[in-house]
Design a protein around this ligand. Structure first.
Ligand code: CUO
Length: 449
């Protein structure tokens, strides 16, 4: 076992473990090796091939609803989301290793401001350096053999959000809020919902894409995205150690953490390490799964620096829109607006104040969700920019749409509440504004046609 210092974090490197690197730091040889290994598993139709792997997650559905009809096996909307997806990237890593990959699945660090997709994904062809021939880039799209189709991407311009100087993207803020949570059960809700963002902003309005639960894993970008999701989970675990709090067990849903996760636990799973770690509680120590990350900093911040920054955030009064989320058998794009009530000078509410967006990742095959607490979407900076605070009269409206752009019905989402979190040390946590309490509901914005 070797020990190495990574920007202030002591990371144990286990001999023989694969290193997962930032996708931007791969050498040309590593990029070529990744492409060759993926091409090999894409053309393998056995249980060691890509089609079998992609069907672990979504369509055509390898698990069953109680009535026996096909259901996706991926775990979403519940506390074992990070564990199921941790194993899933490891499964891909194992298959790629079997085709010659000698390092871990790289990660795309999308908490940094994004100006373009990583180069690995951009072009339909690449040049084979051994003979200068153009070959199909297997990371450009993925075959969906059961529907005789290929994955698509419709990049949403919000992927390239450019925050003002000193500010951060909506996605960065959502992940930072997840990392702030110092118990597992608050963490996983904030974490999962934040991670949905990349699914939607890459897949956009295509059904056969990253933005739908059934097809997302057919796009190989999925695994590079989820390698970063897992790295952020590892960063949260390091933060917990720094805080002196548990990093390796859940404080809720204990029963679920003892139940083997399908299809990893199935006899036909070709990767032994995920089969033997199919019980969620056995996945917290990811070093045992055979990989490490090259870097566990968050936007250049060491774990101790990040921890101090988080503590400082808690010393300010903050406001949130609180969403009780349930699966709606579909993905959704939800824009959140702060509304000021009508006045004697203005007949209508003023709802032009976009606070940001959140997304759901779902589809007809999704299993039932079981979030036992709300998702909190921070609106503090929106109110600060308007010169408002928690004593102001305001309410929340949303514009919520399905992948195809049509509006969600009014009854598909629970009304949002406004939550005030006073600066650390204060006691009461609910906003006192009577008008706001009367308006503790979400109204779907009727879009101007
Ligand atoms: Cu199952 Cu990102 O979550 O896919």
């Amino acid at each position: 076992m070797a020990k190495r210092l990574i920007t202030g974090v002591s990371v144990i490197l286990f001999a023989g473990n694969l290193i997962r690197k930032n996708i931007d730091s791969l050498t040309d040889d590593e990029t070529l090796q990744l492409r060759q290994a993926l091409t090999a598993i894409q053309s393998d139709d056995s249980n060691k091939g890509y089609q079998n792997l992609a069907s672990f997650h979504g369509a055509p559905g390898r698990c069953q609803f109680p009535d026996g009809s096909p259901m996706a096996c991926c775990i979403h909307g519940m506390p074992t989301f990070p564990q199921w997806h941790r194993l899933y990237v490891t499964e891909f890593e194992g298959l790629m290793q079997a085709k010659g990959l000698t390092f871990g699945i790289p990660y795309w660090d999308w908490t940094q401001t994004i100006t373009e997709l990583p180069h690995l994904f951009q072009d339909a062809l690449y040049i084979d350096p051994s003979n200068s021939k153009a070959l199909k880039n297997p990371f450009f799209e993925g075959p969906i053999k059961f529907s005789n189709s290929v994955t698509k991407r419709a990049i949403d311009s919000r992927l390239f959000e450019h925050p003002a100087e000193g500010q951060h993207t909506t996605l960065y803020n959502a992940i930072l809020y997840a990392l702030e949570q110092d118990n597992y059960c608050d963490f996983h809700v904030a974490f999962e919902v934040a991670h949905n963002t990349i699914h939607y902003l890459v897949g956009g309005r295509h059904e056969e894409s990253m933005s739908s639960l059934g097809y997302t894993a057919y796009d190989p970008l999925f695994f590079i995205h989820h390698s970063n999701v897992d790295r952020l989970f590892a960063i949260w675990q390091e933060l917990q150690k720094e805080r002196g709090l548990p990093y390796d067990y859940s404080n809720c849903a204990l029963e679920q953490f003892r139940k083997p996760m399908v299809p990893f636990s199935n006899e036909g799973n070709p990767i032994n390490i995920t089969k033997t770690h199919a019980v969620p509680s056995s996945t917290f120590n990811y070093h045992d799964l055979g990989y490490e990350y090259d870097d566990l900093t968050f936007n250049g911040m060491s774990i101790s620096h990040l921890n101090k920054m988080i503590e400082d955030r808690k010393s300010h009064s903050r406001l949130f829109a609180s969403f009780r989320l349930e699966g709606i058998k579909s993905s959704a794009d939800i824009q959140v607006f702060v509304c000021l009530p009508s006045t004697s000078d203005r007949a209508d509410d003023d709802c032009d104040h976009l606070a940001g967006h959140l997304f759901l990742l779902g589809g007809p095959l999704e299993m039932s969700w079981a979030f036992d607490r709300p998702y909190l979407f921070e609106i503090t900076s929106t109110l600060d920019n308007l010169g408002l605070d928690h004593m102001t009269t305001f309410h929340i409206k949303i514009d919520a749409r399905f992948i195809n752009g049509t509006h969600l019905g009014d009854d598909l989402l629970w009304p949002a509440k406004i939550v005030h979190r006073p600066a650390k040390g204060h006691k009461d946590g609910e906003i006192r504004c009577l008008f706001c309490m009367l308006l503790y509901r979400i109204t779907i914005i009727e879009l101007l046609l």
